[in-house]
Write a protein of this length. Structure first.
Length: 390
C-alpha cells in the first residue's frame, strides 16, 4: 500500500548537502517520512539544484525571478534580515509571493496533506490556494509584521488553515492576544538524538588545553543577544566559542576587541551539521542569551538548545520566548533574565565551580532531549494531519 503524500512548504532550508543553513525542516521531514511520501517546496538559491533528493527527501526549489543570480531574498539567513541588510531585496518579495502561489497550485493537487512552515510568506499564500493546510508559526512570522496589510493576511491564513501550531506557548499567546485565535497546539521542532550524542566528544577539540569551553551556536542576529554573552565573559575564566554568521557579526567582533577579550573569544563562522556534532559534544557549557527585539521578534524554541542537550552539556538560556517551555531553572538548565550580564556570568561560574550541579543538569539535558527527538515530533504532526484535516 502506497503512502499518503504531504507537501511541505518553507523558506529556510539547506541549499545543498552539508550546507550551513538550518536544517530543522529537513530533519522534521525525515521523521515524517516514516508515515508519508514527502515533497518539500522551497525558494531557489544560487548554486542549488532545482530538483533533487536530499537525505531521501524530494526537494523542489522554485525560481522566483527571471535573473536567477538575483534570487538572494531567502539565503543565507531569513527573509526579513536579508531585506534589512539590503533594502533593494524588498523588490523581490512580490515575485516570490506570485511564484510561490503558482507553484503551490501546481503541486497541491497531488498532496493529501499540506504543511506550511511560517505564517509569512508560506501561510498567507496558501490561504489564497484551494486546499486546506496545516500552518506552523516559528517566531518572527508571528511576533512581527502585525500591521496593515499583514494583519488581515494572517487572519485569512488562520481562518483557512485546518490546524495551527506554534513552536512555543509564547507564540500561542501572541496569536490569542493579537488575533483572538486560540485553537492552536504547541509543538516545537526537535533534534536527532541518535546524531547528536555525548559520544561525539573530542578532547581538546578547540586546543583549549585545561580551559573550559562555553559555546554559542546560531545566527548572529539581534534576538540572539550575543553582546550580553560577550560582556559576561569579562568575569569568566573560560574560552567562548561562537559558531555562526549574520548581520551582528562585525558588531560582536568589534565589542570583543574593545573589551580586550580576543584571546578568550573565538569566532568560528558557520559550520555544517556534521561539524556541529563534535563541536557541541566537545564544549562544556552551552549559552543562549536570547532577547526580545524592539520589533517584537523573539525566540520560538531554538533547536540548537536541544542539540546541545542531546550532546550532554548543560545549558544556560534566557527566560525568553519559548525557551522556558523546555528549560526549567535548576532542573534541566539555568535560566537568566534577558540582557542580564551579571546573571549570565554568575551562572557560567556556578556550573564551572559546582561539579554536582553540572552532573545533574548534564543528565537532565539528555533526558529532556529524548522527549524532542524527531520521531516524537513527527508522530505528533502525523496525528494532527490524520485527525484534523477535513
Amino acid at each position: 500500500m502506497s503512502k499518503k503524500k504531504v507537501l511541505v512548504t518553507a523558506s529556510t532550508f539547506p541549499r545543498w548537502k552539508d550546507d550551513t543553513e538550518p536544517r530543522f525542516i529537513l530533519d522534521y521531514c525525515i521523521g515524517l517520512s516514516k508515515y508519508y511520501d514527502i515533497t518539500v517546496l522551497v525558494p531557489a538559491a544560487v548554486g542549488a539544484a532545482p530538483d533533487e533528493y536530499l537525505d531521501g527527501i524530494h526537494v523542489i526549489r522554485y525560481h522566483y525571478f527571471p535573473i536567477h543570480s538575483w534570487e538572494t531574498l531567502c539565503y543565507p539567513g531569513a527573509i526579513v534580515p536579508r531585506i534589512k541588510e539590503k533594502k533593494a531585496r524588498a523588490l523581490l518579495v512580490p515575485f516570490l509571493l506570485l511564484s510561490l502561489f503558482f507553484h503551490i497550485r501546481k503541486y497541491e493537487k497531488d498532496a493529501d496533506f499540506i504543511h506550511a512552515h511560517w505564517l509569512i510568506p508560506q501561510g498567507i499564500v496558501h490561504a489564497f490556494c484551494k486546499k486546506p493546510f496545516l500552518v506552523t508559526g516559528h517566531g518572527g512570522d508571528v511576533g512581527e509584521l502585525n500591521g496593515f496589510p499583514f494583519c488581515s493576511l494572517k487572519k485569512r491564513c488562520l481562518k483557512k488553515a485546518f490546524a495551527v501550531t506554534t513552536v512555543s506557548k509564547h507564540l500561542q499567546n501572541v496569536l490569542a492576544q493579537k488575533y483572538d485565535y486560540t485553537n492552536t497546539s504547541v509543538i516545537t521542532m526537535g533534534c536527532n538524538t541518535s546524531y547528536f550524542t555525548p559520544d561525539n566528544r573530542v578532547e581538546n577539540y578547540f586546543g583549549q588545553n585545561s580551559q573550559k569551553v562555553v559555546l554559542f551556536v546560531g545566527r548572529l542576529a539581534e534576538k540572539k543577544g550575543i553582546p550580553y554573552l560577550i560582556r559576561a565573559m569579562q568575569s569568566v575564566d573560560a574560552l567562548l566559542i561562537i559558531v555562526g554568521d549574520g548581520p551582528e557579526k562585525t558588531r560582536c567582533e568589534e565589542l570583543t576587541a574593545q573589551l580586550d577579550l580576543s584571546d578568550r573569544i573565538r569566532f568560528l563562522g558557520p559550520k555544517t551539521h556534521n561539524e556541529l556534532r563534535a563541536i557541541y559534544a566537545s564544549a562544556d557549557i552551552f549559552a543562549a542569551p536570547s532577547i526580545t527585539t524592539k520589533g517584537g521578534d523573539v525566540e520560538g524554541m531554538p533547536t540548537v538548545l536541544l542539540e546541545a542537550m542531546a550532546s550532554g552539556i548543560p545549558v544556560i538560556a534566557s527566560n525568553s520566548g519559548g525557551i522556558p517551555d523546555t528549560i526549567t531553572d535548576r532542573e534541566n538548565g539555568l535560566l537568566v533574565e534577558e540582557k542580564n550580564v551579571f546573571q549570565i556570568s554568575s551562572c557560567i561560574n556556578l556550573l564551572l565551580d559546582s561539579p554536582e550541579l553540572y552532573a545533574k543538569l548534564s543528565k537532565a539535558s539528555l533526558q529532556t532531549a529524548a522527549l524532542f527527538d524527531y520521531s516524537v515530533i513527527a508522530k505528533k504532526y502525523h496525528d494532527i494531519m490524520e485527525n484534523s484535516c477535513p
